[in-house]
Design a protein around this ligand. Sequence first.
Ligand code: MLC
Ligand code: AMP
Length: 446
Amino acid sequence: MLTALTGTYGDRPDAVRVAGRTASYEELLGAARAVAADVAGAPAFAVTATPTLEIVAAAVGALLAGVPLVPLPPDAGPAEREHILRDSGAELLDVDFARRSDRTPASAAAPGDPALVLYTSGTTGPPKGVVLSAAAITADLDALAEAWQWSSEDTLVHGLPLFHVHGLVLGVLGALRTGSRLVHTGRPTPEAYAEAAGSLYFGVPTVWSRVARAPREAAALAGARLLVSGSAALPAPVFRDLERLTGLRPVERYGMTETLITLSGRAGGAVRPGTVGTPLPGIRTRIVAEPGAEIGELQLTGPTLFSGYLGRPEATAAAYTEDGWFRTGDIAAVDASDGVHRIVGRASIDMIKSGGYRIGAGEIENALLDHPKVTEAAVVGVPDADLGQRIVAFVVAEGVTGAELTDFVAAHLSVHKRPREVRFVSAVPRNAMGKPQKKLLLTDEF
Ligand code: MLC
Ligand code: AMP
């Protein structure tokens, strides 16, 4: 997977730049070898995934040693950190980029063995570890390189978090597979994107909508070759604003932690706002719809799929149909004339996408219920111009403020999982079975 580190594309002093610090491939390889020596033989290891050269060295070291990396969200509170460390059995490693080694430890790892364990939310309960093999990651990166004509001529720019597929797999390992220069801007701000002078840019829709609202910075991207959006739906007005300001039609792609990226528009191909392109090489899709309907659940198979949820065979089995297709939980439609896919929504109201982060309502409700003053909690995603959806918590509680509850969730779970709004209600509407009627919460009455 690490083609760039084998000397194939030569070396550059600024091959990888993360939040203002640069390293050559040789320096990165030296630091990664030291990580590999530290973790050799361990079942897994964890690193706090602050956007730094250290996390890049940790990801490379994991691959060299054949030991899966568990990247910890840097803003995770104690409850979430403990859950991830306990569930994965990974020990936390402190990486020092200045420590180098010139020897790669022998590894018996095969391509199908786990390379990464990424924690991601379901509709209920705590996050599950998604096990990704090196083979799945390589298959995905090669398919994307073909789709986007992504090569060592490119400079990839993004500022996405390094504990998810988008930032870590595409945004770091993708650069090391294709040999493109990498500029990680630390935070994904319009100013930092404009300054970086890249040829290829990645962003979630929230990032693109902020770029589109900063015309001067957006204009600075006109020299790029390709703008790619993913992790949530790119609103059509943002697509059009970007086109107007940069002269580029952004390419949208679709994926999941469990499947990696499976659908995409193509560089140089026709792209239409509101669509996510066609299956990548090796991916097959089908829409499972009610008789007569054209939209239904998107299901897929292919070489980029995960190896399973760590330690949860039942959850893994439940993610597949009896005939072996992965159930995405997304509702989609396919244009019969050209096979272009459109994501219409999610099957479950309990899966929220906010700023491109996937957040399970159940996890936030459980965190709120851990607060001594809260007796009932129901969490929903409400349409939001900036975040796509914003987390709104409806709670029954006395003697506590909304800001206190927001801080409580931010501190226990992750800052990005905090409700952006807390609404106090006298009761959560429920059906005869006692199940919350969340659709009612989205009506004006509440
Ligand atoms: C505010 N802050 C608080 C707080 N309120 N901190 C603690 N407690 C509180 N109550 C602070 C934060 O610490 C932070 O500080 C600042 O407010 C902003 O916080 P934020 O919520 O992180 O910022 P925001 O502007 O809303 O973030 C927007 C965003 C972010 C776009 C930058 O949502 C983002 O990075 N999204 C990317 C998600 C992603 O990569 N998804 C890919 C999943 S993979 P400070 O100091 O830190 O600024 C996938 C597969 C695929 O989906 O298809 O790609
Ligand atoms: P995650 O596991 O964080 O990768 O989130 C995966 C989910 O993100 C998918 O199931 C979709 O709901 C959503 N998603 C990713 N890319 C897109 C896209 N281009 N358009 C709409 N939804 C998307």
